[in-house]
Design a protein around this ligand. Sequence first.
Ligand code: HEM
Length: 524
Amino acid sequence: MFPTVKRLLTEISTCLIGLVVLYLCVRWRRFKSKSITRVSAADGNLTKPSAKLPAGPPSWPIFGYLPGLPKVRVWEVYNKWAETYGDMIYVPSFKNHIIILNSAEAVFELLERRGSIYSDRPHGMVMMQLMTLDRDPGFVPYDSKWRYIRKLYNQQMNTTEVVKFRDYQSAAAQSLLGSLLDSPEDFLRHCRTFSAATVMNIAYGHQIAPRNDQIVQLSEATGLAFSKASQPGYYMVDNFPILRYIPSFFPFASFKTFAAETKKATYRSRTVPFRQVVEGMKNGDVKTCFVSESLNDLNGVDLSPRGVKKDFDLEEFENREDVSLIKDIAGGMFGAGSGTTTAALHSFILAMVMFPHVQKRAQEELDHVLGSGRLPTFEDQPRLPYIGAIAQEVLRWFPVAPNAVPHTTSEDDVYKGYLIPKGAILIPNVRNLLHDPKIYPNPDEFRPERFLPDDNGNIARDPAVQGAFGFGRRICAGRNLAEASIWISAASLLAVFDISPALGENGKPIDVKPAFAGAPGLFE
Ligand code: HEM
């Protein structure tokens, strides 16, 4: 018996090794053939039979650049590479062609002007599929489903419509003030609660519990899983898709259990609040929110108490293509909008601590406009330009997403003589764009004045169009909301508090050192 098992195992191992060698040979051929692909170039040069891939750090055939992309202060690494390899840096990984775009010229030419072929997202992310997170609006391929998603987003969140959510934002800002008064040392958590409360109200009209809200906890777990699984190559199964079929009790298969748990959490975090809205609509108790407004706009759907028939089947309704997309969009809002807004608020507080003269000038503006005894409202916005400039500078000074979200090409292309293969992942060095000293002199200094007209009427370029919210057709769908949230929270905080460093054991203010920890969720 024993020798038979041994022989069987030997044969299986031989087969597996054979398969791996075959796979590597196929990859090697594809790898070699990429540099001689015939391309239809969008830069006007239509016959470039042998365009080369851009230069980049030394890498291994097949396995690519083994250290993998840097995780900390990435922009510094990219800037260093750019000194040697130029503004387009090729970093092959085991499965993908990764290209870093280090100059504004390359970023805007490719991701904006050539947006028709640079607006896809990475495909074949197995872990995302196993967790059902590939349905997230920020991740769906560039196709008709994505267009519908953007249409719905635009219907509810264009500059005019987004105003209907302001009450939620103002209320969350006021709660933030109360929480800070009670426990200022917990300011990081209070900022998170502010963002979560805003997003949950806007998505579902869901008023979160002050602590341990179940939907928020489920959404946070999902967001964390998303932030890992959305990084190309984070999980081995993304490099070797065949691993998805191994049973979860196998050694090294804990990813399957994790994926199954996340799938359940995703389902619950998206279904429970969605159903609350539908129930509310059926009972005539409707709150303004993305889900209720979008369902109301659907053709042939009437969820009012008079419109709902007795045999209304909720599951069947949820499975309608358009309804399930509304559910996915609302479900993705927490991941896209909560961690990012929190990170911006944290940067704002850091800036106020480090640049007290900015705080002082902002408070003078607030005192002048508000007098005493009332909080700022959105109606005051036109008369508070310095606060507006602070909100812009927050987005520039410590960009929440220093590499935005990668775009993928849907066709082979050539730029400046270099081949950009179909399916390549493009990573823009946003931090670099927002710290370009030619556009933003002394970029490390927090200086809101740059966004107010100087003596000649010149104003620095708005960070929102210089990459803080990404680029082209995939630019952040919630940026109007995000800007309003940052503005009202910053204005409210400055109207009420002096923000200064905590005191150390010696009774002196602690020395604050800025460091980038990343936004939890989509862009970590
Ligand atoms: C300070 C806050 C925020 C920042 C800095 C931010 C930044 C970004 C960035 C960099 C992208 C990727 C764009 C690209 O691929 O070029 C993005 C995408 C996206 N954001 Fe935001 N975001 C913020 C808040 C929000 C909020 C509040 C929402 C909604 C409630 C939201 C919804 C989305 C969606 C749906 C996408 C995917 C767009 C697509 O793939 O077509 N974001 N965001």
